[in-house]
Write a protein that binds this ligand. Structure first.
Ligand SMILES: N=c1c2ncn([C@@H]3O[C@H](COP(=O)(O)OP(=O)(O)OP(=O)(O)O)[C@@H](O)[C@H]3O)c2ncn1[C@@H]1O[C@H](COP(=O)(O)O)[C@@H](O)[C@H]1O
Length: 113
C-alpha cells in the first residue's frame, strides 16, 4: 500500500493551491473558497464524533477525512507546516494546567475572580 507522511500530504495540498491540477478535489475546494472549506471541516468534525461512537475503523476513516480538510483550511489561510510545528514546539515540555481545572471544579478559581 502507498504510504504518505503528513508532511508529504500537506506539501501536496499546499501545492494544489499554487498549481491547481485538472480534476483535483483539493483545487475544487480552493476554488469554492473559505466558506465551503469551513463547511467541510464542520461536517467532517461531526463525522469524527459519530465515528468514535461506532467503531475504530469508522473513527480512523473519518479522522483521515478531517485531517485532510484541516490541511486544506490551513493551506488556504497561508499557514505552512513550519508555522504549525513552531506553535506545537512552544508547547513541548509545557506544564499541564490540569491542576487549575481541578481547582476550578472545587471552586478555587471561581473565588479568585
Ligand atoms: N487525502 C485526501 C482526501 N481525503 C478525503 N478526500 C476527499 O474528500 C471528500 C470527502 O467526501 P464527501 O462525501 O464529504 O465530499 P464530496 O461529496 O465528495 O464533496 P462535496 O461536494 O461535499 O464537497 C471526498 O471527495 C474524498 O475523495 C481527499 N481528497 C484528496 N486527498 C489527498 O489529497 C491529495 C491531492 O488530491 P487531489 O486534490 O484529488 O489531486 C492526494 O494525495 C489525495 O490522496
Amino acid at each position: 500500500m502507498a504510504q504518505q507522511t503528513f508532511e508529504e500530504l500537506y506539501d501536496q495540498v499546499y501545492n494544489r493551491k499554487v498549481n491547481p491540477a485538472e480534476g483535483s478535489y483539493t483545487a475544487y475546494l480552493y476554488e469554492k473558497g473559505l466558506d465551503k472549506i469551513l463547511k467541510k471541516v464542520g461536517e467532517e468534525s461531526t463525522e469524527v464524533i459519530i465515528g468514535a461512537k461506532n467503531s475504530k475503523e469508522e473513527l480512523t476513516y473519518e479522522t483521515a477525512d478531517l485531517l485532510f480538510h484541516l490541511m486544506v483550511l490551513l493551506a488556504n489561510q497561508g499557514i505552512t507546516i513550519d508555522d504549525l510545528k513552531t506553535e506545537m514546539g512552544t508547547r513541548v515540555g509545557q506544564k499541564s494546567r490540569l491542576h487549575e481545572r481541578q481547582d476550578w471544579r472545587s471552586g478555587a478559581i471561581e473565588e479568585t475572580k
